[in-house]
Design a protein around this ligand. Structure first.
Ligand SMILES: [Zn+2]
Length: 437
């Protein structure tokens, strides 16, 4: 189909199936022959800064069976952590992401760095009030820690919500059911409601979490959230694995969004009950979670996992998965009115695929071709707010060469320092002394 899309300022002004719009004088015309334009993808659960652990932590389960007493991040300055957040933002752009939620305990320290990416960001500073993260009882939750943690969330909202012409917004992140007391859960939701924000939590991420919550509260995680009025239509519940039918129904009745982090779920050998959650009333969106920002891979893994789970070679279809990652994702992030689909009046948040690549031809059903066989390298341009973040496969908003070079050097150094500091911890890779140049 030969259709012209006219972008004026930050919005889609015309979608013209007759393809005559391009004749208007003064227009920067891009020849779309052999190309396909997709609505930008929304990553509804990620931690950009954790790209520092890629190629390592994917293989040790969760909680990690790598038993270092410290994280690798402890060997990096805040500025160096920001390099990894920027690295993640570059990968996100290259995979067709236009919107994403960044979740972490120190988001303000690198928010300015990722704001420069041009992505439509939702900054989600996390709160938690658990004093120790192992064998916790309710006595180990600290009201002082809850207050300090929520204060940082409030400060992040104050500084960033609505920044950059509204391109950057905020969300309240309660870390996880085992790490938040009833009082903190209630306060976090109240804070979100008072600012009309979405809020999010890791939910049923691991069997360990479920054991912890059962021990602390005597109920399963979703029941614990329900008892503390944390469930609702503004909640983005991430993961949702290992759920019982009664948890599925509780979450469904609340009309919450579910971030299906398919690639990470598959790595962790855990298939969330996506079809049951959708039937129960949840809206399914998608996220990449740690170490990778590749939403093309997330869509494909989501399709594969669901077909295996349903034992149905025809369900879901690629269009369903694109809807999870684009339209539903934008809705989850609070961008539903302005993004998530190619419609006149919406923001120009989109990406352009070269449909003449050897892995895509013949592009008779381009959505199917791209979901089944697409790669980030097929994406040649990405636009947010009518501004090119990448064009002709060159990222325009961040210095990719410099960031990749620095991330490689910092990552090599920090992992080597961690391994050398704890020589008794079993680590499966012998790291070269001195690291990469
Ligand atoms: Zn997470």
């Amino acid at each position: 189909m030969r259709t012209a899309i006219l972008v004026e300022d930050d919005r889609i002004a015309v979608i013209d199936p007759t393809n005559r719009t391009a004749d208007q004088p003064g227009t920067d015309v891009i020849d779309g022959r052999g190309k396909a334009v997709f609505p930008g993808l929304s990553n509804c659960h990620t931690h950009l800064h954790l790209t520092h652990s890629r190629g390592i932590q994917e293989d040790f389960g969760f909680p990690s069976s790598l038993r270092f007493p410290s994280t690798v991040a402890a060997f990096m300055s805040q500025e160096e952590l920001g390099v990894f957040a920027a690295l993640g933002a570059i990968e996100a752009i290259r995979s067709g992401t236009t919107g994403l939620i960044e979740i972490g305990f120190d988001v303000p320290s690198y928010a300015a760095v990722i704001a420069r990416s041009g992505l439509r960001l939702v900054l989600a500073q996390s709160c938690s009030d658990v004093v120790a993260d192992a064998v916790a009882t309710s006595a180990m939750f600290s009201p002082a820690r809850a207050d300090a943690s929520l204060q940082r969330v409030a400060e992040t909202i104050e500084r960033w919500h609505g920044a950059e012409g509204g391109r950057i917004t905020c969300c309240v992140a309660a870390h996880a059911p085992e790490a938040c007391s009833p009082a903190l859960l209630r306060a976090a939701r109240t804070l979100a409601e008072s600012r009309r924000l979405r809020y999010t939590i890791h939910l049923c991420q691991s069997r360990w979490e479920i054991e912890q919550v059962m021990r602390q509260r005597g109920v399963r995680p979703t029941e614990y959230l329900s008892q503390n009025e944390f469930l609702g239509p503004d909640l983005i519940a991430a993961h949702c694995r290992f759920m019982t039918p009664s948890e599925v129904s509780l979450l469904g009745r609340s009309r919450a969004f579910v971030s299906h982090n398919a690639a990470m779920a598959a790595r962790r050998a855990a298939a969330p009950p996506i079809q049951a959650l959708a039937t129960a009333g949840c809206t399914i969106a998608m996220g990449s979670d740690n170490m990778a920002e590749d939403m093309v891979e997330v869509m494909r893994t989501g399709l594969f996992m669901e077909r295996v789970a349903r034992q149905d070679a025809q369900s879901p279809q690629p269009e369903d998965v694109l809807e999870w990652a684009a339209r539903n994702g934008a809705n989850a992030l609070g961008h539903g009115q302005i993004a998530g689909s190619l419609e006149v009046g919406k923001k120009a948040d989109l990406f352009v695929v070269d449909a003449r690549r050897p892995n895509l031809v013949p592009a008779v059903r381009i959505v199917s071709a791209f979901v089944h066989n697409g790669q980030p390298a097929d994406i040649e341009a990405v636009m947010v707010d009518g501004r090119w973040l990448m064009r002709d496969r060159k990222v325009l908003t961040l210095d990719e060469k410099n960031i990749v070079t620095r991330a490689e050097a910092i990552g090599q150094r920090a992992w080597r320092q961690l391994v050398e500091k704890y020589p008794d911890v079993s680590f499966p890779i012998r790291l070269p002394r001195g690291g990469a140049a």
